[in-house]
Design a protein around this ligand. Structure first.
Ligand code: NDP
Ligand code: MG
Length: 387
């Protein structure tokens, strides 16, 4: 099986490599290409270990360093966004889209045109280009599979059921590090506190997005496109133990849930082995050691990101691009201490309510160039907007 890993140096990328490292003894894997951004040491180490054909860094300033480190190896070396798109054109049996943020959107669209199975971790692809992505997959006869643990759980629960019999989908959320904080305690939290996720080990940006529940907000929109759901079919429930990854309730009121230890290699392996199941090196789920599986409502006063996502779910246009771009800049501004934690949702709301964004409630952008251009415009506005 020919494999490409977009974002190999990140949390999902490393989990994927850890899985392949073990499974390659029994399965025939060939990694064609790895891509990263700044972490050249990790990129080179993995490229050599897995004897890949090509490595790409998104950061053109790193090409010299990359060439130097790999000078004694027969590996193709490229840099820049266009080189990542070109890597998708190598074609693969399985490609994982695990670049963080909007930067992962154009490569995912390109992957769908050239690769047989596209395992999507980059939720921004569905949020910003959901319809385009799904239509492109249909045109090019490729298969999109969800890696995000909630969406992978939903996919497993739906399995071969008739989609028309789905009553509702319940996404679970850990509640993040501030679940038990009051609103006033949340006002002055630091980046370090926000990055410290209670149940999952993930990249810095998604960890902070989990603390603000912007991650769950993006996942609601992601689920709408992945499973073609209506706003009233989607709900979020806080489940602090992160053992049930999501649930699907059918019209006969049967609810199916997917459970497994919180290790992303479960979802990644599900897409890698699909449609089969194979043994993987993660620990067993010991039900008797779980003291409790608990559920709580989301307090949307503390987590207005969920209210904003619901507003977007009800629209038919490209507000997902606006929401995501404003969120990415709000996150940058929080990380650089320019704005406070709770101001991230204030910023996103302010941008969404700008009169010039009204048209995107109805207008659905159908080309990646239009989506990129709106993303750039909203990023600029979000950098300048006063909070
Ligand atoms: P990380 O921050 O750990 O890794 C991101 C990857 O993207 C790295 O390889 C990084 O390279 C690369 N990258 C960063 N900026 C750019 C850029 N501008 N162009 C190209 N590549 C870039 O993220 P995660 O692995 O945590 O998340 C990846 C995606 O998967 C996100 O969309 C996230 O929402 C989603 N996801 C993650 C989960 C998790 O458990 N981590 C769970 C579910 C979904 P470098 O390291 O060299 O900087
Ligand atoms: Mg998730």
């Amino acid at each position: 099986m020919k494999i490409i890993i977009f974002g190999s140096t990140g949390s999902i990328g490393q989990s994927t490599l850890s899985l392949i490292r073990i499974l390659k003894n029994t399965q025939n894997f060939k990694i064609l290409a790895l891509t990263g951004n700044d972490n050249i040491d990790q990129l080179c180490k993995d490229a050599i270990e897995f004897n890949v054909k090509r490595v790409v860094t998104a950061n053109k300033n790193c090409i010299f360093q990359l060439k130097q480190k790999l000078s004694s190896h027969n590996i193709e070396i490229y840099a820049g966004e266009e080189a990542i798109l070109d890597t998708a054109r190598m074609g693969a049996d399985w490609i994982i889209s695990a670049i963080v943020g909007f930067a992962g959107v154009p490569p995912t669209i390109e992957a769908v045109k050239h690769c047989k199975i596209v395992a999507v971790a980059n939720k921004e692809s569905l949020v910003c280009a959901g319809k385009l992505l799904i239509d492109t997959a249909i045109t090019f006869k490729s298969k999109l599979l969800p890696v995000d643990s909630e969406h992978n759980a939903i996919f497993q629960c739906i399995n071969s059921e008739n989609p028309k019999t789905i009553k509702k989908v319940t996404l679970t959320a850990s509640g993040g590090p501030f679940r038990n904080f009051t609103l006033s305690e949340m006002a002055n939290v630091t980046v370090a506190q926000a990055t410290n996720h209670p149940t999952w080990e993930m990249g810095k940006r998604i960890s902070i997005d989990s603390a603000s529940m912007f991650n769950k907000a993006l996942e609601l929109i992601e689920a709408k496109y992945f499973f073609d759901l209506k706003p009233n079919q989607l709900e979020v429930v806080i489940h602090p133990e992160s053992i049930i990854h999501s649930m699907v309730t059918f019209i006969d009121n049967s609810t199916l849930a997917q459970l497994c230890p919180n290790d992303m290699r479960n979802a990644i392996a599900h897409t890698l082995n699909y449609p089969e199941r194979k043994k993987i090196p993660i620990k067993d789920l010991d039900l008797t050691s779980l003291k409790n599986l608990s559920f709580e409502k989301v307090d949307e006063k503390k987590f207005p990101s969920i209210t904003l996502a619901r507003m977007i779910l009800k629209t038919k246009g490209s507000l997902g691009v606006v929401f995501n771009a404003a969120k990415e800049i709000a996150l940058d501004r929080f990380i650089s201490k320019d704005i406070k934690f709770l101001d991230m949702s204030n910023l996103v709301e302010k941008v969404l309510l700008l009169p010039e964004m009204n048209e995107f409630e109805y207008t659905l952008l159908n080309s990646i160039d239009e989506i990129i251009s709106l993303n750039n415009r909203v990023r600029q506005i979000s950098k300048e907007i006063r909070i």
